[in-house]
Design a protein around this ligand. Structure first.
Ligand SMILES: NC(=O)c1ccc[n+]([C@@H]2O[C@H](COP(=O)([O-])OP(=O)(O)OC[C@H]3O[C@@H](n4cnc5c(N)ncnc54)[C@H](OP(=O)(O)O)[C@@H]3O)[C@@H](O)[C@H]2O)c1
Length: 329
């Protein structure tokens, strides 16, 4: 349940919203409305039955500039674009089409509509870009920075949904799986509502303008082993943790890379395996370019909802787990 105790602002804006049907997009629309902004959501035609109380929903195709102008902006004035839109698969073609090209289309349409501000949901992992979707995001980030609009590029750490995929299996009595010793990576998880609120706040908080903003949730950085131990503690059970060698992912990636030469459709599966390996071995924290190390202290925090409170809600049945896009388990 998302609720905000934010007083509506004296200067509400007219916001063109993308990705309103996604995890963070939904939370961001709530946060924008709670602040008193007028929100027009542009969604795919397959979502045409969707209603968002307090917001306007329009349908069209972000990959088609004509549809964006005709069905989305409709020649009307808007103050800001907020985008939580992202490729659902992370596969190279989809990432290029949505994370890059569709955003370029939106930026062009926004400029023609006189929009002065653009808030973009990106990802902290683009600071070490090894994957196709990260390159697509980075290329658009650069384009946005050079476009002359006031921008806020928000690069969050890990979402709760991406760290909750094992709650149900552990509840069923199965072991928690970790890569290596469970301490290969760390992150400062951020809740949907805290991130939505942070994104909405970018419209008014001048300290977030024309900046790239890495952001995590409250509390110290946690490892997969920490997650496992807290989960078992909440369930009142002795931890049973199974260690999975990262080399297993390398074998899978190697096999898929060979197989895709014969069956090209396996290329996306190989990229998904690479995405899995990336998250198994790279922390979602600010990367210090001087040392090449991830730095928890340099990773800013916002909000007050913790992953372990969320685990407790899942266990009590007060929240429903959503699968992460690139969940490995
Ligand atoms: N998972 C993590 O831990 C994590 C951490 C940091 C950053 N991120 C970043 O956060 C973003 C994902 O956020 P999320 O989990 O809220 O995303 P999500 O739930 O997957 O939602 C994606 C949104 O983009 C829309 N979209 C995708 N393809 C589209 C298309 N062809 N046309 C129109 N709309 C389209 C979706 O609309 P439909 O409902 O119509 O598909 C949906 O509204 C990604 O950029 C990811 O890299 C993720």
């Amino acid at each position: 349940m998302i609720s905000f105790a934010v007083d509506p602002l004296p200067n509400p804006r007219r916001v063109f919203m993308l990705g309103a049907t996604g995890t963070i997009g939904r939370a961001t629309v709530h946060a924008l409305l709670a602040r008193g902004h007028e929100v027009v959501c542009f969604v795919r035609p397959r979502n045409d039955a969707m209603t968002i109380p307090g917001a306007t929903v329009r349908t069209g195709d972000v990959t088609d500039p004509a549809s964006l102008a005709r069905d989305g902006f409709r020649g009307e004035p808007f103050d800001a674009v907020v985008s939580c839109m992202a490729s659902r698969t992370g596969a190279p073609r989809d990432a290029q089409a949505i994370d890059y090209q569709a955003h370029v289309n939106v930026l062009e349409a926004a400029r023609q509509a006189g929009v002065g501000q653009f808030v973009l949901l990106s990802a902290i992992c683009v600071q070490k870009p090894l994957l196709a979707f990260q390159q697509a995001k980075l290329t658009f980030e650069a384009r946005l920075m050079g476009a002359g609009l006031t921008y806020s590029i928000v690069r969050p750490t890990a979402f709760f949904k991406s760290l909750s995929g094992q709650v149900a299996r552990v509840q069923q009595g199965r072991p928690y799986l970790v890569f290596g010793d469970g301490r290969l990576t760390a992150c400062k998880p951020i809740s949907d509502a805290d991130l939505g609120d942070y994104l909405a706040g970018c419209l008014d908080d001048e300290s977030r303008w024309n900046k790239v903003l890495p952001i995590g949730g409250p509390g110290p950085a946690i490892t997969p082993l920490d997650q496992a131990e807290h989960l078992f503690a909440l369930l009142g059970r002795k931890p049973t943790i199974r260690r999975v060698p990262v080399a297993l992912l390398d074998v899978i990636i190697g096999g898929l890379d060979v197989a895709r030469r014969i069956v090209p459709s396996l290329a996306d599966k190989a990229e998904l395996a690479r995405i899995g390996r990336y998250y198994a071995t790279e922390s979602m924290l600010v990367l210090d370019p001087a040392t090449g190390r991830y730095d928890a202290d340099a990773t800013p925090s916002t909000g007050n909802e913790t992953l372990f409170d969320y685990y407790a809600e899942l266990i009590r049945g007060e929240a429903a787990a959503e699968r992460g896009d690139h969940a490995v388990f």
